[in-house]
Design a binder for this molecule. Structure first.
Ligand SMILES: [Zn+2]
Ligand SMILES: [Zn+2]
Length: 253
């Protein structure tokens, strides 16, 4: 399995995952045109994408999904409620695939798990191929036992490290927004990401990517430093931090 974070953050999210048999996008949170450009930058023709899988209905995850699904005739997988919530993006000619259990797309096995966030349902995904697991875990306010269980089985992990609590509280956001972000249904702080990683590190996890960073209330070096404070500096080489404007390297799992 290979994967690449095409975009991560409150302005748009999309993750490319492929095997020799299939190419999938998790979320299409930029315009379809921007997603196509980013795919071309990693030499993936957009028309070769086989399916789109959604995590939840927030704009930064679904913005381009309607246009992309129509333009390239790809099916859209999501929680039935999520697909219902975004009918405004569809025109009736798309193929919608509501799931209600683990599901398979060619040789990728997707296991959704619930996240505590201010759109319900929001899910993370454990994506398995030949016994190797990539876990996608962003847009969550708190770490629940079910999150821990899935993250502990990951070989590679995209984990939210949204904000530094002090920067958030001192920052420019209005109070109600600060409260929302810091709440149980908001976004995970650098500290909470570090605490979770310290609890689950077991030798199985070969790479962690910190994502969905706030551009106002976080800095990449601060997210890295904070998490390394929890897990130890020996983990430095296995840790990446993704910024909104850049495309990640292609990771192999
Ligand atoms: Zn988001
Ligand atoms: Zn969200």
């Amino acid at each position: 399995m290979r994967f690449c974070i095409l975009a991560s953050g409150s302005k748009g999210n999309s993750i490319f995952v492929e095997t020799d048999a299939v190419r999938v996008l998790i979320d299409v949170g930029l315009s379809a045109r921007q997603i196509e450009n980013r795919l071309r930058q990693i030499d993936i023709p957009p028309e070769s994408i086989d399916a789109v899988v959604l995590t939840h209905d927030h704009n930064d995850h679904v913005r381009g999904v309607g246009v992309f699904a129509r333009r390239f005739r790809v099916p859209v997988y999501g929680h039935p409620q999520t697909l219902d919530n975004i009918t405004y993006l569809f025109r009736g000619q798309e193929t919608l695939r509501p799931w209600n259990a683990p599901f398979q797309i060619e040789d990728l096995q997707f296991t959704p798990f619930p996240l505590s966030h201010d759109s319900d349902p929001t899910v993370g995904y454990s994506i398995e191929h030949h016994g190797r697991r990539l876990v996608i875990c962003t847009d969550l306010g708190v770490v629940t036992p079910v999150v821990k269980t899935h993250v502990a089985q990951a070989n590679a992990l995209l984990l939210e490290s949204n904000h530094d609590p002090e920067m958030l509280m001192r920052g420019p956001y209005p109070w109600h927004l600060k409260e929302r972000i810091a709440s149980r249904v908001g976004h995970l702080s650098n500290h909470n990401a570090g605490v979770l990683l310290r609890e689950v590190l077991n030798g199985k996890l070969s790479h962690v990517i910190l994502g969905h960073l706030s551009e106002e209330n976080n800095r990449p070096e601060l997210a890295r430093e904070t998490v390394l404070d929890y897990v130890g500096y020996t983990f430095n080489d296995q840790l990446s931090v993704i910024e909104q404007k850049t495309i990640s390297p292609i990771f192999r799992l």
